[in-house]
Design a protein around this ligand. Structure first.
Ligand code: C5P
Length: 223
């Protein structure tokens, strides 16, 4: 028995990561940050200086990507790629953009599919990404599509980056977020669309707690 699944899909910066973590904590379930897998692949492709053109080789790399998770003394999770800690390196805008280009390649998505499904384990899984409810876990009990205006998402990302000490230009951030949305929404494979029956939540004017409450009551309703 692989246990129940809740999917939380949506564009970048909608708050999926934070919300998924809180919902998983409340339920005591596992979590899958599928975007991190695409980002890890982007880092690996860069490290190996691989070409974009060779889709089959990219698929093999995706299938065999050497990833480990390690608990830090502070109780956080470090992500190790091919023996190197990349927890911070994963989160940059460059890596996110490169990941979104790789994510448009069908072979890459296929290569990551089995790995993503392996996260579904008892007592349950909260999976966040772009195609969790549409492609990876179509039988999920509860599906959420979490969105917010591009300006609001850019603003949130801006604050996150500033807290980390990264300096970025807000206008530029709005532009790259829109560009990434466009690419994610218009690609031929697994485009970003709400799954059938998904609860659509626009978080532009909601607090994180407000979003989590809405999702928790949807879970209670689904029994
Ligand atoms: O969510 P995050 O920004 O970490 O994802 C990075 C990129 O990976 C996204 O822009 C998207 O193109 C891709 N992605 C995807 N399918 C997923 C998760 C992420 O295509 N399930």
């Amino acid at each position: 028995n692989q246990g129940p699944v809740i999917t939380i899909d949506g564009p970048s910066g909608a708050g999926k990561g934070t919300v998924s973590q809180l919902v998983a904590d409340k339920l005591g379930w596992h979590i899958l940050d599928s975007g991190a897998l695409y980002r890890l692949l982007a880092l690996a492709v860069t490290h190996h200086g691989m070409s974009f053109e060779d889709a089959e080789t990219l698929k093999v790399l995706a299938e065999h990507l050497d990833i480990q998770f390690e608990q830090t003394p502070e109780g956080k999770i470090d992500i190790i790629l091919e023996g190197e800690t990349v927890t911070q390196a994963l989160r940059t805008e460059e890596v996110g953009n490169f990941a979104s280009k790789l994510a448009a390649i069908p072979e890459v998505r296929e290569g990551l599919l089995v790995r993503q499904r392996a996260f579904s384990q008892m007592p349950g899984l909260v999976a966040d990404g772009r195609d969790m409810g549409t492609v990876v876990f179509p039988a999920a009990q509860v599906k959420v599509f979490l969105t917010a205006s591009a300006e609001e998402r850019a603003q949130r990302r801006f604050q996150q980056l500033q807290q980390k000490g990264d300096t970025v230009d807000l206008e530029e951030l709005v532009a790259t977020i829109k560009e990434r949305d466009e690419r994610d929404a218009n690609r031929p494979v697994a485009p970003l669309v709400p799954a059938a029956g998904a609860l659509v939540i626009d978080s532009t004017d909601l607090t994180i707690e407000g979003v989590v409450d809405e999702i928790m009551s949807e879970i209670v309703k689904a029994g």
